[in-house]
Design a protein around this ligand. Structure first.
Ligand code: PMP
Length: 427
């Protein structure tokens, strides 16, 4: 008998390409049928067949307070009853902007948009308009949304589906994108010595989260800062994933490196579709209507999304939040490695704040090549074993995992117990 998820997926495929509205949901890298979810509460989600899971995806990052966080749900309900969108300025947008500038000090001014993709697309245009240069530098295995200029050697779903450089991106555009190995300072220095004066921007995930979780090597982000300063390029931190997750002030606070522009998304919307980009006053002044670089959005800054985001940011804006969450994340990631060791299955992990990645590899994972060399078949086996035991991990070896405020020590214990069981069967 087909499960309800299998039936729903069959029906969805008739009307939706691949049956999903975001490629990463399709279970392609691990095989099988994507589960259709019906409900979430705290650390738990329930699928269409009524099965319960501890969720480490959290809608791919936004739900740092857990599913259906009570204060977010109440705030949305109160706000939505007064209207969903006006297409005029509202006071909430200023509250959001003020909160962001306080929490992320490198951001003097910020523009709200509707997704991480919009944020990186617009930040790139702004950097190009500001510098009057065309070239952008990105890093292999980093993903910045499905922006034409940035879908070149990209991570996440593009990587798992084997199309890191997508058809449909004009060669004329892709030629302006230079891709470097992540965590390779020398390669960055060499490129800048060659074409540094033509580079509008360097865009980087300050912790790579779209090829598992790969932290920056000591000095890597600092070197990018120095190269951008020396050659007059704009340094863009894509903190769509790391923002408000690895620390209240994002990876820039965690690593003490200050970018010129920052892209935000995920957590900032508290589960609603939100993105934002902001940074130095003198660069942001080039954005329309203050300056000539055009940008707009019908639903940008709408009150429902703003209240969800503002409520979320206020809840996490205290000294204990990230320390507690970071400790639980570390215990989980290290516990998974120990479980692997006990079972004789080599595993390695990385974690920063409330994001983590585990790799079926017997050595540290620091570069895209290390990620690519890890055993993807073993990951698929592990994924399905955990799923059976009620633990929902991202359905790809190239994605980070996320904890939320709602994940308890007992959740971590239950997850580790499931992992010991699965791994001992894999040895
Ligand atoms: N940048 C990063 C670092 C991301 O992780 C993502 C999404 N996973 C994006 C940009 C794109 O965001 P969105 O899916 O909201 O367009």
């Amino acid at each position: 008998m087909a499960t309800r998820s299998e039936q729903l997926f069959a029906e969805a495929q008739k009307y939706i390409p691949g049956g999903v509205n975001s490629s990463v949901r399709a279970f392609k890298p691990v095989g099988g049928t994507p589960l259709f979810m019906e409900r979430g509460e705290g650390s738990r989600i329930w699928d269409a067949d009524g099965k319960e899971y501890i969720d480490y995806v959290g809608s791919w990052g936004p739900l740092i307070l857990g599913h259906a966080a009570p204060e977010v749900v109440t705030a949305i309900q109160e706000t939505v009853a007064r209207g969903t969108s006006f297409g005029t300025p509202t006071e909430l947008e200023t509250e959001m902007a003020r909160l962001i500038t306080e929490m992320v000090p490198s951001v003097d001014k910020v523009r709200m948009c509707n997704s991480g993709t919009e944020a990186t697309m617009s930040a790139l245009r702004l950097a190009r308009g500001y510098t009057n240069r065309d070239k952008v530098v990105k890093f292999e295995g980093n993903y910045h949304g499905h922006v034409d200029s940035l879908l070149v050697k990209a991570g996440s779903g593009a990587l798992s589906l084997g199309v890191p450089t997508s058809p449909g991106v004009p060669k004329d555009l892709a030629q302006h994108t230079h891709t470097l190995p992540y965590n390779d300072e020398d390669a960055a220095t060499a490129l800048f010595e060659d074409i540094g004066r033509e580079v509008a921007a360097v865009i980087v995930e300050p912790v790579a989260g779209n090829m598992g979780c790969v932290p920056p090597e000591p000095g890597f982000l600092q070197t990018l800062r120095e190269l951008c300063d020396s050659f007059g390029a704009v340094l863009i931190f894509d903190e769509v994933m790391t923002g408000f997750r690895v620390a209240a002030g994002g990876a820039q606070e965690y690593y003490h490196v200050t970018p010129d522009l920052t892209c935000l998304g995920k957590v900032i919307g508290g589960g609603m579709p939100v993105g934002a980009f902001g940074g130095k006053k003198e660069i942001m002044a080039h954005l329309s209507p203050e300056g000539p670089v055009y940008q707009a959005g019908t639903l940008s800054g709408n009150p429902v999304a703003m209240i969800a985001g503002v409520t979320t940011l206020k809840a996490l804006n205290n000294a204990h939040f990230h320390a507690d969450l970071g400790e639980r994340t570390a215990r989980l990631a290290q516990g998974l490695v120990e479980a692997g060791t006990e079972a004789g299955v080599p595993l390695t992990e990385n974690h920063v704040g409330a994001m983590f990645g585990v790799f079926f590899s017997d050595r540290p994972v620091r570069t895209f090549k290390d990620v690519a060399d890890a055993d993807a078949n073993r990951f698929a086996q592990f994924f399905h074993g955990m799923l059976e035991r009620g633990v929902y991990l991202a359905p790809s070896p190239f994605e980070a995992g996320f904890l939320s405020r709602a994940h308890s020590e007992a959740d971590v214990d239950a997850t580790l117990e499931a992992a010991r069981d699965v791994l001992s069967g894999m040895a």
